[in-house]
Design a protein around this ligand. Sequence first.
Ligand code: DP6
Length: 404
Amino acid sequence: MPEDSMDKPSIVTCTAPVNIAVIKYWGKRDEDLILPINSSLSVTLHQDQLKTTTTVAISRSFQEDRLWLNGKEEDITHQRLQSCLREIRRLARKRRNDGDARSEDSVGLSHKVHICSVNNFPTAAGLASSAAGFACLVYTLAQAFGVEGELSGIARQGSGSACRSMYGGFVQWIMGSKEDGNDSVAQQVEPESHWPELRILVLVVSSERKPIGSTSGMQTSVQTSLLLQHRAEAVVPRRMVDMIEAVRRKDFPAFAELTMKDSNQFHATCLDTHPPIFYLNSVSQQIIHLVHRYNKYCGETRVAYSFDAGPNAVIFTLQQFVPEFVQLVQHFFPPDRNGEDFIKGLPVKGAALSMELKQNIGLEPVPKGINYIISTKAGPGPRVVDDPSQHLLSAEGLPKKTTV
Ligand code: DP6
């Protein structure tokens, strides 16, 4: 190989999805290894609507490891980032030492990396981007260093919820019991093709305040909330079994009830934290009322909500109920611009609302309470992007103009 081409970086680009927990992870038993106090279960969202894209370049001519996030160079000494890098390099070294033929021609382990990552959704939307971000980082680094196999345990060390973004469809994160955390990994329960009628609507709620981050929030909860302890020990184990069963049977009412109860218990543990943490705002509460009143009016459970560490609602429903429910949301949270651009993602058909339904819901409309809706469904896990024109780093290993 000529000298100059040996100096050219080896470049790989991958994408990874966002996931939404329906049985929540809240609380660690080990802060460094990121080991949770309970198992959790999530739905992976489709990457057509929400994804992180990451390019990793490796070259012996790079002087140092560097990182660009959403167009801005960031400090790479961040402890969790370093854990992921260290673990991937350790696996690559192990593979080489084990004499794996495929790793022989792999890039030098001592070479530095350049990492560039972007989200296709605004960070300001308040959607947890760390799960997709760390899943994408670990998946792309693994590709670049020629590492295969179980990687969710490494993604977990970037951000707990990131381990679940390593798979598509319905995913459980088994808490594990080993001290070294080796059995605290994610597993696919069912692929995304299992429940094609399931739809997910992310209601992006307007809010000025930046809520307390998950990491510090759950730390205070572990230290002060007895309810959280009870939840982890006595509630979640049973709920995990029931939720897996509901997903396997595609039993929407059972899935919906467990999802709402678990979201509410998570927020109850936040209120039980001292000092208390409030993630839901008045619009979130209105959405909760809307869902329960709609289900009651219909005489069956058609819609469920789930809220993470912020006021945005994630709605789960079935395809056939989407048009009417979206119309209801638009009626009770009228957008400012004639509804234009209010619905992003999968197209939603129009629907007529009866006067009787609107009166039965009986809520006072909150103009501009919801910024927009992202309409999506369950989707696949991380993917390699084959088209080199999609790389975020140039042949020199620097961010392309369009990504800066
Ligand atoms: C409410 O995974 O963001 O979204 O492990 O400290 O990075 P760290 O926390 P993070 O917590 C997510 C909390 C949650 C529930 C969930 O996704 O299960």
